[in-house]
Write a protein that binds this ligand. Structure first.
Ligand code: AMP
Ligand code: ZN
Length: 467
């Protein structure tokens, strides 16, 4: 298995910390609104990664958080809590908002056949762990208090920004625009807020620094380490998480643990674009999976669409390309149904069949090259020297990763034309033809025609059709 590591900017051989096991943490949704289809593209990429690892025989412990507190409208500790804001706008409690959108999120995941993470953890259930992490950082001298908030001091570590390869001198230049005068360095970030700009903040907890709430980055460090240990294999997210969120997660986790390699592989999915650039909840049409369903698409059309682009390339949304994805998926479904009509999937593969199957998996295990893997399946389907039942077997095996629910497709049942008597006549005609009694064969053809059935000779034998 080879995968691109954002930390080294290289495609690397995947070597697990523990043999045949993978600890994988994926930043989950902020549940103040529906996920848009760009967010869902990122979760589909993570699902492909998980499924490919599982296919390679790894037992994957997949942990995903639910951000239900602390995510501010601005990444640099500015703005207000997204859930609080939504609650105020809708007159609902933050807990109702979080519960509603968490359910909506998992419904979308299910519709897209995304495997449910092994552990789903809510930020608000892990305040104790977050406070303990800040205490550790405080003991080790990485924090300071200003304006009542606890900050992480990036100058206490020597490699801040290594994931994003940030140029810190350039960042210092930008310090003039910084609004938070309490920060010693503009890139310092809040670990714990006690001094909220919003007096009626609903989600607050007691802490050694006063009543308040955690900074956003803290939850991912605290929860990933709780469920995966102080050093684990893979951390995923969208590329927008690289410069701030993941950078700060690394800073605080490595400082707390006293290590330099908190996570071995950092994997990021590229953006989905629309006409206004990066798809987001606030610009252009707010595109949810439900919107596509309302327009008559199947959720798996969206999954197929995502498979047509490599996860590290930007993908542009348009209804025309979604239509192409839909027709490709439907023709795959039709082919499987037809092939199943003449027998079930083969148990074993010929050398040629195995060649095709290996080709598919070698694309997927080489940095999840799904577009090439799909193309290789289409060439396999066109190969007339390969038996249908082998083709179905290869598609079933490939679908363990593709997740297009191909194994749920029912065989196409040929409509039965004619009754028992007509069937007997057809058999009698076949026997007559075999005995070169063409006169009798023609007589039977005429009788059947009188009854409303036409005899059609096909390579597989004679069949009846309605006239
Ligand atoms: P959020 O719910 O805003 O925290 O975002 C959830 C995930 O979606 C994060 O991993 C983001 O990086 C990712 N994301 C946000 N916008 C896009 C986009 N346009 N295309 C792909 N992924 C995105
Ligand atoms: Zn995160």
């Amino acid at each position: 298995m080879r995968i691109y590591n954002t930390m080294t900017r290289k495609v690397e051989e995947f070597v697990p910390i523990e043999e045949k096991k993978v600890g994988m943490y994926c930043c989950g949704p902020t549940v103040y609104n529906y996920a848009h289809i760009g967010n869902l593209r990122t979760y589909i990429f993570e699902d492909l990664l998980r499924r490919t690892l599982e296919h390679e025989g790894y037992k994957v412990k997949h942990v995903m958080n639910i951000t239900d507190v602390g995510h501010l409208t601005g990444d640099g500790d500015d703005g207000e809590d997204k859930l609080e804001k939504r609650g105020r706008e809708t007159g609902k409690s933050v807990w109702e908002i979080a519960d509603f959108y968490t359910k909506a999120f998992f419904l979308d995941e299910e519709r897209l056949n995304i495997k449910r993470p092994t552990v789903v953890c809510k930020a608000t259930d892990h305040i104790k762990e977050m406070i303990a992490l800040v205490e550790t950082l405080e003991k080790k001298g990485h924090t300071y208090i200003a304006n009542g908030n606890v900050y992480f001091s990036i100058d206490t570590i020597d490699d801040y920004g290594k994931l994003a390869r940030l140029n810190l001198d350039e960042l210092k230049e930008g310090a003039r625009i910084e609004v938070d005068s309490g920060k010693k360095n503009p890139k310092d970030f809040v670990l714990w807020f006690t001094n909220s700009k919003f007096k009626n903040q609903a989600m607050v907890w007691p802490s050694p620094w006063g009543v308040g709430y955690p900074g956003w980055h803290l939850e991912c460090s605290a929860m990933s380490m709780k469920y995966l240990g102080a050093h684990f294999d893979i951390h995923c997210g969208g590329i927008d998480a690289i410069p701030v969120h993941h950078t700060n997660e690394i800073a605080q986790s490595e400082a707390a643990n006293g290590i330099k390699n908190w996570v071995n592989y950092w994997c990021h999915g590229e953006f989905l674009l629309n006409d206004s650039g990066k798809m987001s909840k606030s610009s252009g049409e707010f595109m949810t999976l439900s919107l596509l369903i309302d327009k008559g698409y199947d959720p798996l059309d969206w999954r197929y669409f995502c498979l047509t682009g490599h996860y590290r390339s930007q993908l542009r949304f348009s209804y025309e390309s979604l239509d192409s994805a839909r027709s490709a998926r439907l023709s795959l479904v039709k082919k499987v149904a037809e092939m199943l009509g003449s027998g079930k999937a083969a148990d074993t593969l010929s050398e040629k069949g195995a060649g095709y199957e290996n080709e598919f998996f070698s694309y997927m295990t080489n940095d999840l090259r799904a577009p090439q893997a799909l193309a290789s399946l289409w060439s396999m389907l066109k190969d007339s020297s390969l038996k249908d039942n082998e083709k179905v077997r290869i598609l079933y095996d490939a679908d363990e990763i593709l997740g297009l629910r191909l194994s749920e497709i029912e065989p196409l049942k040929e409509e039965k034309v004619g009754g028992e008597e007509e069937e007997k006549l057809l058999q009698e005609r076949a026997d007559a033809k075999k005995n070169k009694d063409y006169k009798r064969a023609d007589e039977i053809r005429a009788i059947l025609l009188e009854r409303g059935y036409k005899v059609v000779d096909t390579p597989k034998g004679s069949v009846l059709e309605h006239v």
